[in-house]
Design a protein around this ligand. Structure first.
Ligand SMILES: C[S@@+](CC[C@H](N)C(=O)[O-])C[C@H]1O[C@@H](n2cnc3c(N)ncnc32)[C@H](O)[C@@H]1O
Length: 465
């Protein structure tokens, strides 16, 4: 079956489809001519060889049903999990921004350009950013400024600025504002003296002034862009300036609630090695290829899953500092098979954008073979007061096998959470009721008690109610 990607409808020259597990792009005659010109230029082959753009091949004419309606059809490599900028950490968005600038710079040096610069044009293949919007390359008109400048600011630069300089996390904001963070909003939370210090005068102060002066349509190329963009030389200078600005932005957070968890010193005796052995065996027993590790923290169990045979892992956690550290660790060690993600299980990414379908809900995009949910259930059940049945339903939504850990009511971590609650409110938090909830949707294949915790390996029931 061939279906149009609900997020791909804005480009008049091309549209993305999914067809029997493949990602295809239909091109109009003009789009095909543009792609062929791009493909013939050495910059394109160099970007592909460096792994900066998604693997792409042109299908032979007439070889796919899409050829009936489109002049050309491309096939793109399929990434295991589609993610959006509001699920990335600061460093991930920063690396994505640098990739967009590098791809555009190399295109401009070869006489081409990119027609837009949205952070949705980048995806993460594991921990590696990849530019996916092949349809974005174009031969610019002679006197054209970089049309992507304003979008680059709204969807890359301003989110980075509000977090690094303004101290406000960009995630909730970007998730709510599909078009990104406008210059006036970003400028409102970054004091003037900090703009000077961070080289943001041109991109915030002048840009905000230009937008106030001109109608929105008038500003689309941006005042700065219009002045700077009349020749490749000036455009390259603008890109170099943006790169310098982005490189100078740093998010300096040191601590968060979960940033010191790595020592796991509360595990007693051999409990931690036994937990690791249980998880490793579960990954082997299920033969899982793609694992999602919910509440992954520093990724200990994500990396263990790789060692145990998984080929890809999504390491999701709502604490963006711990996820950011994990990303930096992966980048330093060159481990590309783990995709770190910022995700709040209590409020996972919903459908968003046009008809609420342009950006799809997380659970639809992430179809793993195995879900790990280790030392998280008590937080959901007690801190967030989510009933066991609801937690199990969320875990079952992934449609996969499950390894889940339940700390018992007498576990010191559970006791700590309960001490903040009114006595008696959580009397239902016990193993029996948890196992009843689990049995509704899963079959327990393996169970191991480790001190004050139980680990379960489960398969999804087909007859689940
Ligand atoms: C006790 S640690 C467990 C880490 C790891 N899974 C393990 O077993 O060693 C709990 C983790 O769950 C994360 N967490 C808690 N509530 C969460 C939520 N609502 N959504 C996503 N992550 C959550 C915390 O940030 C923390 O990193």
């Amino acid at each position: 079956m061939t279906e149009a990607d609900p997020g791909s409808f804005r480009d008049p020259l091309s549209q993305v489809f999914s067809s029997n597990g493949e990602i295809l792009r239909g091109l109009t005659a003009a789009g095909l001519a543009e792609f062929e010109a791009v493909e013939a230029s050495p910059f394109y082959a160099a970007l592909a060889a460096d792994g900066l753009i998604v693997g792409t091949e042109k299908l032979a004419p007439g070889s796919h049903e899409l050829h009936e309606r489109w002049a050309g059809v491309l096939r793109h490599d399929r990434l295991p999990v589609v993610t959006y900028p509001y699920e990335w950490t600061f460093e991930m968005l920063r690396d994505a921004a640098l990739l967009q600038l590098e791809v555009t710079r190399r295109a401009v040096e070869a006489g081409f350009s990119t027609k837009d610069a949205t952070s949705y044009n980048v995806m993460f293949d594991g921990s590696r950013p990849v530019f996916i919007d092949i349809g974005s390359f174009e031969k610019p008109l002679r006197s054209e400024a970089w049309p992507g400048y304003r979008q680059f600011c709204e969807l890359f630069l301003n989110p980075l600025v509000v977090q690094a300089v303004g101290g406000v996390g960009f995630h909730a904001w970007l998730r709510g504002a599909v078009g990104g963070i406008g210059v006036a909003d970003a400028a409102a939370i970054v004091p003037a003296h900090k703009r000077v210090r961070n080289g943001l005068l041109a991109h915030l102060t002048l840009q905000a002034r230009a937008e106030r002066k001109h109608a929105a349509a008038e500003a689309s190329g941006s005042a700065e862009g219009r002045r700077a963009g009349f020749s490749p030389k000036l455009l390259l200078a603008q890109l170099a300036n943006l790169e310098k600005t982005v490189r100078a932005l740093r998010w300096k957070a040191q601590r968060s609630v979960w940033s010191d968890y790595s020592d796991r010193s509360h595990y007693v005796g051999d409990d931690l090695p036994a937990k690791q052995a249980f998880v490793a065996e579960a990954v082997r027993a299920t033969g899982a290829d793609l694992v999602v590790d919910l509440g992954a923290n520093d990724g200990l169990f994500s990396l263990l899953s790789l060692e145990s045979g998984a080929s890809r892992v999504v390491a999701a956690d709502f604490d963006h500092l711990v996820v950011d550290r994990l990303y930096r660790h992966l980048r330093e060690t060159g481990e590309t098979r783990v995709l770190p993600l910022v995700l709040d299980l209590v409020n996972p990414s919903p459908g968003a954008g046009w008809r609420s379908r342009e950006r799809r809900p997380f659970v639809e995009r992430c179809r793993p073979d195995l879900v790990l949910c280790l030392a998280v259930v008590h937080h959901l059940a007690i801190t967030n007061t989510v009933p066991f049945t609801e937690i199990v339903d969320l875990l079952a939504d992934f449609g996969a096998s499950l390894v889940v850990e339940l700390p018992h009511p007498d576990d010191p971590m559970v006791q700590r959470l309960l001490s903040r609650k009114r006595p008696g409110l959580f009397d239902h938090y016990d193993r029996e009721r948890w196992e009843q909830a689990l049995d509704r949707r899963f079959t327990v294949d393996e169970r191991q008690v480790l001190g004050t915790r139980t680990l379960y390996r489960c398969s999804l029931r087909s007859d689940a109610s």
